[in-house]
Design a protein around this ligand. Structure first.
Ligand code: CP
Length: 313
């Protein structure tokens, strides 16, 4: 595969290869020198048109741990404010020799458009409400690490599905890997096309919760909402928030996930977010290994022989 645009583009074998490669690359974090020489001489451009904390920093660190040169481009403070288009911006950065472009953009489909304009590999770091494939990869990596398997895993994804690129990418990837996903949301926060997605749908969190091995809570994306989608935040939280009482009704070994950023007290209580069964910070740690893996596999190629390399600067 030349680009990573959609979690749905990954075959089962390709997804497993990313997860296994991430597991191997994670070992570098325990070394005193946390670097592989694999991408020495390659250039990775991080092209962020939307705000990000986790994705941007972990892609930057992932590229640096593989010894790539990194250019961090943020739309704020660039010539985008003078009217420069995405295409011209991308071609300008390509002219500097970008081998890989990581893009986050508010427009669904922006990563696909970019892939038609540049020669290097394009990695979708979140495009509008469409997809966030590396988030899904780090989420399934985390599930496999915590629970030991993915086949037959019952995963509930709860909250603002309508605006969530994380939900769509997770549904596609988890389906490919044999997990059973149930989306839980009020009818107003589900896409009209959800019946075509490979998953079940419920409006009742209290029915789904006790049958789930994984409960993934999503933030209500107020910044993407022009209308009112539920009566009040308090009412939403009462029906769809994961608080102490609901947490107590989950299976004993079930885990709680959240892609971040969280709104504590809205979709998840602080007590649940900080519980040992919450994987929120592990997801961030695993995001680094998974992004190293996709950069390695797309830019480094099989000749890199990562299994044989000692950590070195
Ligand atoms: N989960 C996620 O994409 O977080 P950021 O918006 O901080 O990158």
């Amino acid at each position: 595969m030349r680009h990573l645009l959609s979690a749905g583009d990954l075959s089962r074998d390709e997804a497993i290869l990313v997860l296994d490669t991430a597991k191997e690359l994670a070992q570098v974090s325990g070394r005193s020198v946390k670097k592989y020489p694999t991408l020495r001489g390659r250039t990775v451009v991080n092209l962020f048109y939307e705000d990000s904390t986790r994705t941007r920093t972990s892609f930057e660190l992932a590229a640096k741990r593989l010894s790539a040169d990194v250019i961090n481009f943020s739309a704020k403070g660039s010539s985008v404010s003078k009217g420069e288009s995405l295409k011209d911006t991308a071609l300008t950065l390509q002219a500097m020799g970008a081998d890989g472009v990581v893009i986050r953009h508010s427009a669904s489909g922006a990563a696909h458009r970019l892939a038609g304009w540049v020669d290097g590999a394009v990695l979708n770091a979140g495009d509008g409400t469409h997809e966030h494939p590396t988030q899904a990869l780090l989420d399934v990596f985390t599930m496999r690490e915590r629970l030991g398997h993915l086949e037959g895993l019952r995963v509930a994804i709860v909250g603002d599905i309508l605006h969530s690129r994380v939900a769509r990418s997770n549904v596609l990837l988890l389906h490919t890997l044999g997990a059973e996903v149930t989306l839980v949301a009020p009818p107003t926060l589900l896409p009209v096309s959800v019946h075509t997605w490979p998953c079940a749908v419920s409006y009742e969190l209290d029915e789904v919760l006790p049958k789930s091995d994984v409960v993934m809570m999503l933030r209500v994306q107020a910044e993407r909402m022009k209308d009112a989608f539920f009566p009040t935040a308090r009412e939403y939280s009462r029906r769809y928030g994961l608080d102490r009482e609901r947490f107590a009704r989950m299976q004993r070994d079930a885990i709680v996930m959240h892609p971040g950023p969280m709104v504590r007290g809205m979709e998840i209580s602080a007590e649940v977010a900080d519980s040992p069964r919450s994987t929120v910070t592990e997801q961030v740690t695993n995001g680094l290994s998974v992004r190293m893996a996709v950069l390695y596999l797309l830019l480094g190629g099989s000749e890199s022989g990562i299994g044989n390399q000692e950590g070195q600067a």
